[in-house]
Write a new protein. Structure first.
Length: 200
């Protein structure tokens, strides 16, 4: 007697469908931007019916914000794994490489599309702003941990924030051209500055 194939439980099917939708949204934002991303395009990319997509994400804004949150969570998980692999020798420079990856990844490109769209869309801004503040606080806290500093000492807090601002700017520059050689040179110099100026 042959066994019938086990049917995947509904919660798991729903989770996988949502994941396909979120990943298709990120891909669309990165490839064609905010203007080219629509719920119809995303449902087609994900291979999900339009009705199922609308059931989970009633609007483009809901879909896009959920997708960026999803990918940011994935990046947080990757960042947590990478912390354990940091070397003792040249740690500051390695930390900068790890942090700059937050600003040169698809997550950053997708988030950038959201920021630009939210600038002139008050409804989208109301959804995006709290998320961006939370992500900013989390990345700042990661940077403090990675750099192994007490941010209440000296100018540590300002130096960590200046680091994140610098990395964000380098990420913006990378959206237009491949400036990896220039970026590496700047990060070398900034690592030396942090090693001199941070109070550990």
């Amino acid at each position: 007697m042959t066994e019938s194939p086990t049917r995947m439980p509904q919660p798991e099917r729903t989770r996988l469908m949502r994941q396909r939708l979120l990943e298709a949204t990120i891909d669309s934002l990165v490839e064609v931007g905010w203007a080219g991303t629509s719920t119809t395009v995303v449902s087609q990319r994900a291979g999900v019916s339009r009705g199922a997509q609308l059931h989970h994400f009633p609007s483009k804004q809901d879909l896009v914000v959920a997708a960026v949150e999803y990918l940011a969570e994935r990046r947080r998980e990757e960042l947590a794994v990478d912390i354990d692999a940091l070397p003792e020798e040249g740690r500051t420079r390695a930390v900068l490489d790890l942090l700059v990856s937050q600003y040169t990844s698809p997550v950053f490109l997708a988030a950038l599309e959201l920021w630009v769209a939210a600038r002139t869309d008050s409804d989208l801004l109301a959804k995006v702003a709290p998320f961006e503040r939370r992500v900013g606080r989390e990345i700042h806290a990661h940077a403090v941990t990675l750099l192994e500093v007490d941010e209440s000492r000296g100018r540590n807090r300002q130096l960590v924030q200046a680091t994140l601002d610098l990395l964000r700017g380098l990420g913006l520059a990378a959206t237009l051209t491949d400036d990896s050689a220039r970026r590496a040179s700047i990060l070398d110099a900034w690592a030396d500055t942090l090693d001199r100026e941070l109070e550990r």
